[in-house]
Design a protein. Sequence first.
Length: 339
Amino acid sequence: MSGTHPGAAGSASDGLTADAADSTGGKDPFWHPALFYDGEDEYLAGTVPFVADGVAAGEPVAVAVPTWRLGPLRDAVAGRLGRGAGGVHWLDMTEAGRNPGRIIPAVLREFADRHPGRRVRIIGEPIWPSRSAAEYPACAQHEALINPAFTGRAVSILCPYDAGGLDPRVLDEAARTHPVLMDAAGTRASGHYAPDTVVDEHNEPLPDPPEPAERLRFDLATLDAPRALAVRFAAAAGAPERRVLDIELVVSELTANSIRHGGGAGDLALWQDGAHLVVEVRDRGRLTDPLAGRRPVAPDAPGGRGLLLVNQLSDLVRVHTGADGTTVRAYFATGGERG
């Protein structure tokens, strides 16, 4: 699939200044374009100027891209900027963003919040062709939720998309989660921008746990039982000691949330899915804040850390919420330490 889209005009770096005018002709301090690229040349043509312009403007710059993109991009930036490239902050998104629900608080906000009062720019590539079908809905919701998470802030976040390797549906949804689109032909406003709709469409009921699965009904009087079951289950599955602790903590947070916010009781299920151990908690509560678990919490805040911790410790978190209740499903890779 070509990276060129009909109706685009200008050069690949048009509009890459930090205070670029938005599609309405005004200036929004937050700028969130998608970059469609086909091959490494287009990738570097769209990303290197974004980094170089930020460094030239004295803006803090971070780059969070998959492992195989880090080397070529770092080399190209160094070749263009020389010593000026030394201040760029680099992250491997396949590790830092393995769980899409972790990217806003632990990658994007973590970097932006380190530089209060300054415009920052970030390249964040959260979706690549080998992302699984289970991961993609969380990725799409992440991209949609960047917008309310940063609206009004002086932040530019460029999100590259591999137009030659990703499914056309992924590219179509990128046009709905990004107000500005870029490719080899230029920069233009998206005619399909509708991030809230993407969040809602991926709020789909999760299938019932498969058999065999460990199951437990819990309430306040039996709140210790889920943690004990989780430890036994993870240890019996051969999880490393640190991962056993992660699973215990996640079960503790999710079941406590069910007691406080989910009607005072819930249902726990645990099972193995290929290379992952899976924890699921269902209750009667309804999650009304789509950014819950994705918003950093001040050290002195009395609460609000439960889902944030779940996202931090898990390799993938899927959530469905509606009038009948909420399901949170957390995945843990069995091969070793978390990403």
